[in-house]
Each structure stands twice: as C-alpha cells, then as structure tokens.
Design a protein around this ligand. Structure first.
Ligand code: FAD
Length: 472
C-alpha cells in the first residue's frame, strides 16, 4: 500500500478507463486512487439529464463500475451536491487531491469554478484536464484571436494542429478500502418508471466495451461507405457513436489517432462538428436559450401546443417526419438527415420555436448533448453559427423521396403506410382512393391527414421571416 494520501478521481462525462487524462495522471503519481461518481442533478442547472440520458447513464455506470472492479478497485457512487460530497470524502478518506476531466457546458463551468476555489480554500489540491475534446476551446482562436463562428475555417485550423497521444490505460488499480461510503447505482433511480425505454437495450450497449466494439465494427464495415452513405437513414453507414462520445466512453482523441486523416477525412470532419459545437457553447453560453443571431429573438413564432404535440408523437401526416419522430421514441436516436428534416418541419412548417424542439430532443435522445443539440437546432432554424439560410426550406416530400428511395426506413417506422406504392409513400394524400384502399390506409383514421399543406406552410414561413427582417 502506498504511503501517499489517496487522490479522488471524479468521473463525470468521461465514463472510461482508457485514455482518461484525470485517471492516468492520478495513477502515474503512485498514490492510491479513489474513483468517484456523483449524480449532482442541481449542479446541472436547467439542463439536468433527460429521461433517455438517465437510462444510458445507469447502464454506463454499471459498466464502469464492473471495469474498475476488474482492475482491483471499486467505484464509489453518490448523489447530491458535488462540492459538499467532495469536501466530506476528502476528510473521511484523507485524500488531499481531486482530479477530474473538464466539462465545457455553462452550468458545469460555473459549478467547477466555485468548487475549485472551495477545495483550494480547504487546503486541498484540485486538478482538471481536457478529456472530452481534441483541443481545449481556450486554445483555439481565429487569426484575429476571436472564437471561430464558421465551420470551414475552424476545420482547416483543427486539421493542421497536432492531437495529443492516447494515454496509457491502467493495468491495475489498488483497492482503496472505502467501498462502504458509496451507494448502489439503483439508488440513483435513473431508470424510467414507464416501459418506454424497454427497447433501448436491444439496440445499444452503454459502456466502454460497447463503444469499442461499435467503433471497431464501424471501421471494419461502415467507414468505407461513410461519405456516400451517411445521408441515407436506411443504410448502415454511420457510426452511431454519439451517445458513447457524449458520456465519454470513447474519446475523440482515441478515434482521431486510430484513423488516418487522408483516408477517413469525411468521418473525422463530422467528428470536428462536435468540437465546433463545444467551442461555440463555450464562447456563447447563452445560446442554449437565445439565438446566436439576435435578429431571431424577434421571430414571430406561433405557439400551438397541439401542433407541437402532433410532431412529438409522429402524427404530422408527413411520413418522413413521422418516421423520424417514432424512431426517436422507440430507439432513443434519429438519423442525422431525418433530424434535420424533422427539426426543420417543426420550426418552419409549424412555426414553433426551436427551443420547443430542442427540449423534446433533450429528453428523448440518448445522445442528448447540450452543445450539439443547441447547435443542431440553431443551425436548422437559421439563427446559429454557419446556419443554413432561413429561406432554404426543406421539402419533407422531396427529402423522403431522395434520402429514403426504397421507402424501407419510412415503412419500418410508419407501418400503417407499408402497403402504399413508392410513388405515394411520402405524399399519401395524393394517392387515388383505390390505391389507398388496397394499402389499407384511411387518411384521418389510421394515418393523419397532413397537419399543414407544404406549399402554404412554406409561404407562411417566408412571410414570418420577412416580418422579422422588416423589424430589423
Ligand atoms: P456519425 O455520422 O457517425 O458522426 C460521428 C460523430 O461525429 C457523432 O457521433 C457526433 O459525435 C459527431 N457529429 C456528427 N455529426 C454531427 C453534427 N451535425 N453536429 C455535431 N456533432 C456531430 N448530436 C449529438 O451528439 N447530440 C445531440 O443532442 C444532437 N442533437 C441534434 C439536433 C439536431 C436538430 C440536429 C440536426 C443534429 C443533432 N445532433 C446531435 C448531431 C447529429 O445528428 C448526431 O451527432 C448524429 O446523428 C449522431 O449519429 P452518429 O454517431 O452515427 O454520427
């Protein structure tokens, strides 16, 4: 047993043992390590984890706990205020240092800044590291020393700078002897009371081993088709790594260093969108609620609860939108192309504020990530960094025909339309009565009539945009 006082390694959104800077540095000191996770709901401010994220967190903590046990130690799990818990645990264990990997969301930054001071005031030594991103947002600036607001120059800059090496993974962790101070993971009550999440387990394997297996399978089977296939929801061409990345079960550094930029540029470019969103949220922390382009704070949204609800439930009458919303509810994810179409439909066709959609995604996405979700919604709504121009309005019929040409994806999630021929699958209201009858579709009865007409909604959205511009 080492003579040195123990170091607490506080796990947060870095639920892995490999390439974990806080853990690697603590182990390197030779001091005993006390691995800790604190479920600090209040510390998350307005953005405490949603239902789907809690499901993931439960299983990810189980996986981390097993992994740490296999290395010879044990994960202490507690719930409550991080600061009081850390101070108390240092006192009870004799630890004089606390190591963690930084998070870059506004509430986490506020809390960690206060906490660092409180620990230092108590004579303890806090140390934080970057384990979540390729580069710390503080180290990235454009030629004028300002944060990037446009993706392409950000990407060019990032691809030209070196990424650190993967850190060694501990072979063994000494037992610390304080296991009895923790609680059971079950006591956090993260799993939903409803049976809504029952299907998630057949699609996902939270935890470091699940992330590794998924990444290796993707490199073997999917990555070669990524550039051509990534826009097609029915093709198995994307990595599905986003929840694993969000919870830090695999690090972007591991991915970057295991792939070659020459060979895998399209995929690594997408990974850098994740960096870009973290960079934006770090520099523009109000964007979780407020549009980055402040002109949009005057946008004449229409607040219609029943329209927003039809969208949430996948009952808009637009099959590609409904397919995406139902996929989300059943599996906790939605393909990126369909996210863009469904989100655009809510903000442009239905004129509902993007914040309403972002809140629903926050609750139902397993990969719900404050930076990515905020950037995704603001991008779609036309008010974010490097956003699509507002007046470019996705046509939900054309998008379905183009990106789900066989209709397989849409038929899977909207089975009541499965019997319709391809020609009418994305616009059932245009199908002749005999075609509808042969397919067993009764519009307005077993599948909704379109909630709004596409051409009319398009004109209304453009008028709303023009009204906003008039008031500039
Ligand atoms: P891949 O295509 O395999 O990409 C690999 C990784 O790169 C992803 O896991 C992700 O970490 C990152 N990435 C890829 N595309 C993007 C992107 N456009 N923006 C940021 N990072 C990206 N992603 C989230 O992780 N969490 C969210 O809460 C989230 N909300 C979104 C909301 C909207 C309205 C939109 C349009 C997009 C949102 N995205 C979000 C981005 C994107 O849809 C997902 O990251 C992607 O679908 C995840 O699937 P994948 O892991 O197979 O991605």
């Amino acid at each position: 047993m080492s003579e040195q006082p123990p170091i607490i390694v506080w796990f947060r959104q870095d639920l892995r043992v490999a390439d974990n800077p806080a853990l690697a540095h603590a182990v390197q000191t030779g001091a005993p390590v006390i691995p800790l996770f604190v479920f600090d709901e209040e510390g998350e401010g307005k953005w405490a984890p949603g239902g789907a994220s809690r499901w993931w967190l439960h299983y990810s903590l189980e996986a981390l706990s097993d992994r740490i046990a296999a290395l010879g130690s044990s994960l202490i799990v507690l719930a409550g205020d991080s600061q009081s818990i850390l101070l108390e645990l240092c006192e009870r264990t004799g630890a004089n240092q606390v190591y963690w990997n930084r998070r870059y969301e506004p509430a986490a930054i506020d809390r960690d800044t206060r906490l660092k001071k409180a620990l230092a005031d108590a004579g303890l030594r806090p140390r934080s590291f970057n384990g979540a991103l390729l580069h710390s947002p503080l180290q990235i600036a454009n030629k004028s020393g300002k944060p990037f607001r446009v993706f392409t120059p950000f990407w060019k800059h990032l691809r030209s700078i070196a990424v650190r090496e993967i850190l060694p993974e501990p072979k063994k962790l000494e037992s610390h002897g304080f296991e009895t101070l923790g609680s059971e993971i079950e006591s956090l009550e993260l799993l939903p009371k409803l049976d809504w999440a029952d299907g998630f387990g057949s699609v996902w394997t939270p935890g470091e081993a699940g992330a590794k297996a998924l990444f290796e399978g993707f490199v073997e089977r999917g990555i070669a088709r990524y550039a051509e296939g990534r826009d097609f929801p029915n093709e198995d061409a994307v990595s599905r790594l986003s929840p694993h990345l969000h919870f830090g079960e695999i690090s972007p550094v591991q991915i970057w260093r295991m792939l070659s930029l020459e060979e895998h540029e399209p995929f690594l470019r997408q990974l850098v969108w994740r960096e870009f969103s973290a960079h934006l949220l770090y520099h523009f922390p109000d964007t979780t609620e407020e549009p980055l382009n402040s002109a949009f704070s005057r946008f004449p949204w229409e607040f219609k609860g029943d329209w927003a609800e039809a969208w949430r439930r996948g009952r808009t009458g637009y099959p590609i939108v409904d397919a995406g919303m139902r996929e989300l509810w059943k599996t906790g994810t939605m393909h990126n192309r369909v996210r863009m179409v469904a989100a655009s439909f809510l903000v442009k066709h239905l004129l509902q504020p993007w914040q309403v959609g972002a809140a629903w995604f926050w609750d139902t996405l397993l990969d719900a990530d404050l930076a990515n979700n905020t950037m995704g919604w603001q991008w779609v709504a036309g008010c974010g960094a490097d956003a699509a121009p507002y007046f470019r309005i996705f046509n939900p019929i054309g998008q379905g025909e183009r990106f789900d040409p066989s209709g397989e994806y849409t038929r899977r999630w909207v089975p009541e339309l499965a019997g319709l021929p391809d020609k009418f699958l994305f616009k059932p209201w245009e199908a002749p009565a005999d075609v509808l009858e042969a397919a067993g579709v009764v519009l307005g009865v077993n599948y909704p009539l379109p909630i709004v007409s596409h051409p009319e909604a398009r004109v209304r959205a453009l008028e709303a945009y023009a009204r906003m511009k008039e008031n500039e």
